[in-house]
Write a protein of this length. Structure first.
Length: 233
């Protein structure tokens, strides 16, 4: 039965919480400004940028019978984390619980309580269980199975001056000592806890849908890619 959801690795039924109405599958809206122009029908649409989308709201209606577990449930359903729904198996949303939760009575004399938990979801749905991609030869191909560019985390192991080419991006690395991680989601370059933004020149890379060529010059022993495949539903 699809009477559950998972939040931060825990299924709702573990707490005796059952879903009474599963939410639909929502596509996040583009971030845009709509302007009325005098003398012109309709509106002028201005997009903030290519592939820029807003969060969306996902409410889930639930019921619980064991009132002794309300404190546990309230502690569990808070903060930020990963949301998995049975309507979208095999992946997750990055989300945050944004509403106060009221446990309302169903009928007089019954212990059951109903409540709604509202998640504010980031625009993209991420594939789970995706293995890192390790490249040891320049001029390799990485294929993005999603329908939107992913933001990978890439670790280059090598030394000295390195030029890394990923798709349309060219990144210059100066004086690498051991390894450097290019974290596109965070827009940071580092080695462990040491920031290395100053030795990087160029844009943080993305992996476009379809094939992406990866090559490099310089002393590189391997390139490890955490691809972070995602979809816009």
């Amino acid at each position: 039965m699809k009477d559950y959801f998972e939040w931060n690795g825990l299924r709702s039924t573990v707490f005796g919480v059952h879903v009474t109405d599963q939410p639909g599958i929502i596509r996040a809206p583009e971030r845009a400004t709509f302007t009325n122009v005098p003398g012109r029908s309709g509106t002028l649409t201005t997009l903030e940028g290519a592939e820029v989308y807003d969060d969306f709201i996902l409410p889930i209606d639930c019921t619980v019978r064991d009132l002794s577990r309300l404190n546990e449930i309230s502690t569990w359903l808070c903060g930020a984390g990963r949301l998995v729904t049975p309507e979208q198996p095999g992946g997750y949303y990055n989300a945050r619980v944004v509403n106060q939760i009221e446990f309302a009575k169903v009928l007089r004399g019954r212990t059951n309580r109903t409540f709604t938990v509202t998640f504010r979801c980031h625009p993209f749905w991420y594939l789970s269980g995706v293995a890192d991609i390790v490249l040891t030869e320049s001029t390799s191909i990485i294929t993005n199975p999603g329908n939107i560019a992913s933001e990978p985390v890439i670790t280059v192991t090598g030394s000295g001056d390195i030029t890394l080419m990923i798709g349309q991006s060219i990144i210059e690395l100066e004086g690498v000592d051991g390894s450097i991680t290019l974290d596109t989601p965070l827009m940071e370059a580092y080695n462990g806890t040491t920031p290395l933004n100053e030795i990087m020149t160029g844009e943080f890379p993305v992996l476009s849908p379809g094939t992406n060529a990866v090559s490099w010059s310089g002393s590189v022993s391997k390139v490890k890619v955490q691809p972070n495949w995602r979809r816009l539903l």
